[in-house]
Each structure stands twice: as C-alpha cells, then as structure tokens.
Write a protein that binds this ligand. Structure first.
Ligand code: CUA
Length: 323
C-alpha cells in the first residue's frame, strides 16, 4: 500500500480536498502580494532615488494609492473569510454519514486510539481494543474522531486526510477523516508539547473496506494473546504499564507502547544494568529505580511517578518477562 507524506498539497480524502484549494488560493494571493509590494518598493527605490544634482522629490498623499491599498486587502480578507466559512460547514459536519467513531487520546508523547465500544472490539479482559501511533481505519468510510488529551495541549494533524484539531485536556474536540484509497498516511502532532514533540508521529493505516473486519479480528486476537502470556500478575503489570505514562516514553515491541523519549524496554530483562547504575536488572533494583529515579540518578528525564509499592511490583513482574 502506498505511503503518503504529510503534505497539504496532495489531498487523499474529502476533508483534505476541501482544504487544498483554499491553501492554493491563499498561496497564489500571497505570491502576488509579495511581487506587487516588494516590486513596487524596489521600483520606487530605484526610480525616485536621490542622484548627484537631482534631489529626491518630497510629496505627501496619493488618494488613488491610499484607496487601492485599503480596498484590495479588505476584499482579499473578505474573500478568504467567505471561502473558509463555506469549507467549515463541511469540515464541522462530523455526524452526517459517519460510519464509526474512534477516540484519539494524546499524551506526552504519543497518540493512542480507542476503537468503538462494540462487541468486535472487545478484548477478553473486557477492555476495548486500543492501538498507539498507528490508527487503523477502513478506506472510503467517514470516520469521526473524538480527540482529547491526558496532559498538555497537542494537535492532531494528518495533512493528506484532513484538518488539524487541538487535543485539549478535559475537553473533547472532533474531526472527521476519510481516505479515498487504502494506504498509509503520515501526520504528526502540530502543537509544541515538550521535548518529545517532534517524535509524536501519526500513521493512519487505511485498509480496504472489505478487509477491515479481518484486521480488527487479528488485532483483538494478538492483544488477547499478549495479555494472557505470563499469568494474571504479568497481565496486570502490562495493563498498568500501557495505561500509565510509561508507554508514552518507552517502546516495548509488540505492544501499544511506542514512545521514543526514554530507552526501549523490549529486552530490559536481558540488560546488565539499569541506567548503568543499578546492577543487575532484578526485581529489587527495578523497584528502587521506578520508585524514585531522581534519587538514583539526579536529573534523569525519568519522572518520579509516585506509584505505590503494589503497583510498582506488578509493573516490575511484567518488565522481568521482557527478555
Ligand atoms: Cu504532542 Cu506536540
């Protein structure tokens, strides 16, 4: 399937197709303004400059010019406003013909997606299927996104498919997207949200419409298998790891934890030390580290999360299975 980079100029869905002409109209207008204004400036500078024996002429006011540079920008702004409002009617219509709603949860520094509360997305433990970074949708289908944030303001933005919406803590904003064709569409967080902002990427994977149900079934199956591996204590630790801020910073291959800020933990149990200080990697040292990393290594970017001992023990049990 094709991979489409995050450009506004190559729309791959109806929302982006609404926005692209507006982008080009404004771009053309900006180029014309640049040429006229800077051209006029350069022309006047050369034409009316002071030369030996020819003093520069001083004059004040030119009604035609004054009128022109008041009326033309006003007309331009009014035109842009009308065109924008027309498009907003389409962009804000998140409900007409919507086939499914997916919840987008932003946090430092990862987007995760919760699929609809319907039987086919239910996992064995009763929770609902979620994925991180990769948002899976059926192609040719209108998808409503309910967007929120768990910490600071982020912005969800996939230029080839749609507009940009802020993810605001404590609020839900909405956006709709639709992909014309199956493929992968790139996007990223578009609001500076801290040191991991640049790594807060988005991949929208649009499956052929008739193959989406099969993807859902396989994703549910592998989530169930991963959760079942290692017994209830490991499953609980895994669940905690993926729901607490841990997953936003660390990657564990094969899970929704795909954070890039901290070290990858896929094989943490096989390492010979924790941050080069605590040796070996065992339950006690992992506990000490997670309990208060700032005490072990002052200034580390790993935050002290204030977790209770029982919670830490569950997470440690899970981490020790990652060989
Ligand atoms: Cu999230 Cu920038």
């Amino acid at each position: 399937m094709p991979i489409q980079p995050p450009w506004t100029t190559d729309p791959a869905g109806p929302v982006a197709r609404e926005i692209a002409p507006l982008y080009w109209i404004m771009f053309a207008a900006a180029v014309i303004v640049l040429i006229v204004v800077d051209g006029g400036l350069i022309y006047a500078g050369i034409r009316f400059r002071e030369r030996p024996g020819v003093p520069a002429k001083q004059f004040h006011g030119n009604n035609l010019l004054e009128l022109a540079w008041t009326v033309i920008p006003t007309l331009m702004v009014v035109t842009f406003s009308v065109l924008s409002f027309q498009r907003l009617l389409v962009l804000n219509d998140v409900n007409t013909g919507t086939a499914m709603t997916i919840t987008v949860i932003a946090r430092q520094w990862q987007f995760s997606y919760r699929y609809p509360n319907e039987p086919q997305y239910k996992l064995a433990d009763g929770s609902i299927l979620t994925t991180a970074t990769d948002l899976h949708i059926p192609a040719n289908t209108k998808i409503k996104l309910d967007i929120t944030s768990q910490d600071v303001i982020h912005a969800f933005y996939i230029p080839p498919l749609g507009g940009q919406k802020d993810a605001v803590p404590g609020r839900t904003t909405t956006l709709w997207i639709e992909a014309d064709h199956p493929g992968t569409y790139k996007g990223q967080c578009a609001e500076f949200c801290g040191s991991g902002h640049a790594d807060m990427l988005i991949n929208v994977v649009a499956h052929p419409k008739d193959q989406y149900a099969a993807w859902v079934a396989s994703a549910v199956k592998s989530a169930n298998e991963a959760a079942a591996a290692g017994g209830p204590q490991v499953a609980a630790g895994r669940q905690l790891f993926l729901s607490l801020p841990c997953a936003g910073c660390h990657t564990i291959a094969g899970t929704s934890a795909q954070g890039k800020v901290g070290p990858e933990l896929t094989h943490i149990a096989s390492l010979d030390s924790i941050v080069g200080i605590l040796k070996p990697v065992n339950a006690q040292n992992l506990h000490t580290w997670i309990k208060d990393p700032q005490k072990v290594k002052p200034g580390t970017i790993m935050p002290t999360l204030g977790l209770d001992d029982a919670t830490i023990d569950k997470i440690v049990t899970y981490l020790l299975t990652l060989k």
